[in-house]
Design a protein around this ligand. Structure first.
Ligand SMILES: [Zn+2]
Length: 383
């Protein structure tokens, strides 16, 4: 998700924590305001706070409907033993964060279609309520609005642009036909871009030719969001392909620079400048006690460097994250990014005899492989 803002937990359903993103408050107040104003205009007989109370209630039920939609995805995912980490409501609706990609096309198909089906179910249920309570009454007005929005929600999500539900259904079908997950993702990602540009085009048309600035702008922003998401899914496949079959041993450097823990940080800084090496294992005698790098050095104020030792500032041995020569590069890169660290020592022979540090893997060395891969790919396809 491109938006990284504060979010708070409001509930836990089926063991899944439900979060509200801070951006959600914006859209909630806006929707509530629009609804209240709308109800007051359409039902002048309603007095005082009535239209606003109904506005808030409708708004809450609308966002409840979005959660219901995401829960439907989640229940099917859980059925396939795919963990669901969270459901978050944010500016553009809801998102269910599932633990991994489905392993079969039919699983993805069922997980994706569950959401729109749930929305259509709610549309039908609210529609049935309007048959009992006419829209002139408060309950009827509320139900009519929710029937309409759930219908729209289900239909919009069926648009065949990845990562919308329709795009996932589309990917599942192509995946099933081609038996190739990566190519299916690339094709669905391309369709996602088409849908995104179409939304921006329609948004622009509404804003400039129909004088409907707010709806036009809104479609444009959703288009931008989808474009970004589609590009990310394409980039992920590219990364996955360039790192396929490679392991830590392929990119590690075999030299393992060491420093003594008794060095002051001043001296360590000088060592880094002299050698250009940015990461060292810290020894006390010939015992490994920790790891030191430029990032950690920069965490200490410059004026404290003279009277602090490497041993006092380093990452202690028990907090170092290790890799093995056999670890697949994709997983290693994910671990580096998740822990926000730049390098990991490579340890071999944990099985037989004493474990031994055989090298270092850096984030840069993995990125170089990806870059070289894309340069070669461009040469091969660009002639
Ligand atoms: Zn959905």
């Amino acid at each position: 998700m491109p938006l990284r803002t504060a979010s708070f937990r409001i509930a836990k359903i089926l063991g899944i924590p439900i979060y509200l993103d801070a951006t959600w408050l914006l859209i909630f107040s806006y929707v509530t305001y629009l609804l209240g104003a709308n109800f007051r205009q359409q039902h002048p007989q309603w007095t005082g706070a009535q239209p606003w109370v109904l506005g808030i209630l409708t708004s809450v039920l609308f966002f409840g409907s979005v959660i219901f939609h995401e829960l439907a995805h989640s229940v099917v995912a859980l059925h396939y033993k795919i963990p669901v980490h969270s459901i978050t409501l944010f500016l553009f609706g809801g998102i269910a964060r599932i633990g991994r990609e489905p392993s079969k096309p039919i699983q993805e198909f069922n997980i994706a279609i569950a959401g729109p089906l749930a929305s259509f179910f709610l549309a039908g249920a609210f529609g049935a309520i309007t048959l009992i309570f006419p829209p002139g009454q408060m309950i009827g007005a509320l139900a009519a609005y929710l029937a309409g929005t759930n219908l729209l929600l289900g239909a919009f999500n069926l648009a065949p642009g990845f990562p919308l539900d329709g795009g996932r259904i589309f990917r599942a079908i192509i995946w099933g036909i081609l038996k190739d997950f990566s190519r299916a993702t690339l094709i669905a990602g391309a369709s996602g871009k088409v849908v995104a540009y179409a939304l921006m085009g329609i948004g622009g048309y509404m804003a400039f030719y129909k004088n409907d600035l707010s709806n036009g702008l809104w479609l444009g922003v959703i288009g931008l969001y989808l474009l970004n998401a589609a590009q990310q899914s394409i980039a992920q496949v590219t990364i996955r392909e360039s790192l396929a079959g490679l392991h830590a041993a392929d990119v590690m450097s075999h030299e393992v620079p060491t420093v003594s823990g008794h060095l002051t940080l001043e001296e360590y800084g000088a060592e880094v400048l002299r050698t250009g090496r940015r990461c060292h294992l810290v020894l006390s005698g010939d015992r490994l006690v920790g790891m030191m790098n430029v990032h950690t050095l920069n965490g200490v104020p410059r004026e404290d460097w003279a009277h602090n030792s490497v041993q006092a500032a380093m990452i202690p041995r028990e907090r170092i994250q290790w890799t093995s020569p056999e670890e697949p590069l994709l997983r290693l890169l994910e671990r580096l990014l998740a822990a926000d660290i730049n390098q990991m020592p490579v340890v071999s022979g944990a099985g037989n005899g004493a474990p031994q540090i055989v090298g270092m893997v850096t984030r840069d060395s993995i990125l170089r492989v990806m870059q070289t891969h894309s340069e070669l790919a461009a040469q091969v396809s660009g002639k």
